[in-house]
Every structure is written in C-alpha cells, then in structure tokens.
Design a binder for this molecule. Structure first.
Ligand code: RIB
Ligand code: CA
Length: 313
C-alpha cells in the first residue's frame, strides 16, 4: 500500500485529537504533511494550540501546525464549547505546548503544498468547518484539479442534524464554504453522522484505552469519557460518537465503510435548514453525483483498528 500524503484540516475537539493520533500512529499508510487549524469547536487561538498539544502527545513535535481561518466565509462563528468544553480538549489538564506554530497561514500552506507536490498525490482530510479548503480553492483555483481526494467528516441525512434539527455542526458553521467544496468537482468522500453515530466509544472501549497504561491511552480514555456526556444526555447513546477518526480509518481500511456515490447539495439560503446536506440517497433527482456519501461502518472493526493503533503510541 503506498503511503497517502495528507493534510489534516482540524478544529480540535477531542474527536479531532483522536483522529490526529490515529494518523500519526499509522506511518506505514499515512504521511501527515501538516495540520491546518480552523475555528470551529472552539476559536482558532485554541484549535491551533490544541493541534500542537496533540502532536506533542503523539511524540511528533516535528509535524508542522498552521493557523488558518478564524471565522467562516460569510457568517459569525458558531462554536461548540457545550460539547467539547471551554478548552476544546476538556477531560485532561491542559499544558501549553512548546512546539511552535508555523508562521505561514494555513490556507497558504494548503495552496503551496498542492502546487509543490505532484498532481493527484495529496489527500485533504477536513475534520471541521470547510472554511480553509474553500478559501484555498477561491484564492488558487489551479489547485482544485491537483487534489487526490477529499475525505471529510460532515453532514447527515437519515441521522438528521446535531446542531439544528437539519444540520450537522461542521457544515452548519460555514455552509458557503461547504457549497464551494461540494461543487468543486473533487473526488469527495463524506463521513456523515449516519456513520459516525455508529462509532460509539462504549465503556469497554474506554476501559481498553485506559488498560494500555500509557499516557496516550489514559488521555484518549479521559477525552472520550468527557466527550460522551453530551451525546448520552441528548441521544441516550451508550458512548461518544468518534466522528473524526472515521476519516482517518477510511484511509487505512476503506473496507470498514459502505456508502453510495450520489448528489449532495448544501442549503445556504434558508435560516430554518441552513447547512443541511441534501443527500439524494434514493437518486430521485437528475442532479449529477458529486460525492461518496457513507451510510454504514463495521464498528467493531473500526474500534479494533483504533485500539491497535493508539496502543502503538
Ligand atoms: O458534528 C461533529 C463534528 O463537529 C466533529 O468534527 C466535531 O469535532 C465537530 O467539529
Ligand atoms: Ca472536528
């Protein structure tokens, strides 16, 4: 298997953090070229800090972290401290990172990297609002055709919304950016709530992380313990949905997922349904397919992979 060169665009967020750890624990399959932080779960000042905390936790202070957009393209920022806590990584004591933030802007890093690397060899892995990706495409349209694939966490169809009755958080925060990305013509794979709500960290999974006896295992257990309270209260679910790690797991084991290549449009006009991913799952329209929208996951296989890889750190 050739190593996939990826850029992780992220708004850590406990689940983003576990996704980053999974990527850094999989060097045979994944070459992380850099992390670009975006405002989302918490403001940019915290997401760029948190991304560096995670790199240091993984023992990888060499991974460059860049700060991207502090606000959506055209709307005020909406954050999710009610889910992730004030720090964005609640569940552990926060220690400021010592590795530096890169001086280059995150959007410029995305553009420079896609222009430098051979066409079709870099995968973008957005785990938060799509502001950075959309800005890069607007500023440098020449890079769109150089993208190998976009594998993103966002949207919902049968599972409906988590921030409003109609919309999933990442798309809701910046629907205009999402519309640009979904209309870009790139090869897009979508990990919606329909899938991520089936990747629940049950008590045995959390115990498995803790039983590793490592700093990383203990930290992941503490994060998932904290992160799950919101979903348990809201959905009565038996664990925290590990949304963002599904993106990285797909790169390593695409066979763990199934979905359909369909048309997905983004609602940007209506206040009531802003940010809804209108997924033509039953192909009732003639709109051209523009994304592979995942619908199912082998949850046990996913957790077996995640536990094995986290156990390496
Ligand atoms: O709706 C879930 C998504 O929103 C996840 O990426 C989570 O980290 C937040 O960004
Ligand atoms: Ca995220």
């Amino acid at each position: 298997m050739t190593r996939r060169k990826i850029i992780i665009d992220t708004d850590p967020g406990q689940d983003d953090a576990v996704a980053i750890l999974l990527a850094l624990a999989s060097p045979d399959e994944i070459d992380v070229l850099g992390l670009t932080a975006v405002a989302g779960n918490v403001p940019l000042a915290l997401t760029q800090r948190n991304a560096r905390i995670v790199c240091e936790l993984a023992g990888r202070p060499d991974v460059p972290v860049y700060a991207g957009s502090a606000a959506p393209l055209a709307r005020p920022l909406v954050t999710a401290e009610h889910v992730h806590g004030k720090s964005g990584l609640d569940g552990i004591e926060i220690v400021e990172p010592t590795m530096p933030l890169q001086a280059l802007d995150g959007v410029e890093f995305i553009i420079h990297t896609l222009r430098r690397e051979a066409p079709g060899t870099v995968t973008l892995c957005p785990l938060g609002p799509l502001t950075n990706i959309a800005k890069a495409f607007l500023e440098a349209p020449d890079i769109v055709n150089r993208v190998q694939q976009i594998v993103l966490m966002g949207g919902a169809y049968f599972e409906v919304g988590n921030i409003t009755p109609a919309a999933e958080f990442n798309i809701y925060v910046d629907p205009e950016a999402a519309e640009i990305v979904f209309r870009s013509g790139c090869d897009i794979v979508v990990m919606p709530l329909d899938v991520t709500h089936k990747a629940l960290t049950t008590a045995p999974h959390v115990a498995g992380f803790r039983a590793m006896g490592t700093t990383v295992g203990h930290t992941v257990a503490a994060w998932t313990d904290f992160f799950e309270r919101f979903d348990k209260e809201k959905y009565g679910s038996k664990g925290a949905p590990l949304h963002d790690p599904c993106v990285i797991a797909y790169l390593i084991r695409p066979d763990l997922f199934s979905g359909r290549h369909i048309n997905v449009e983004i609602e940007t006009q209506s206040d009531l349904t802003r940010g809804m991913t209108v997924a033509d799952w039953w192909r009732v329209t003639k709109r051209p397919a523009n994304a592979t929208f995942m619908g199912d996951i082998d949850a046990e296989g996913f957790f077996a992979l995640l536990t094995e890889r986290i156990g390496r750190l």
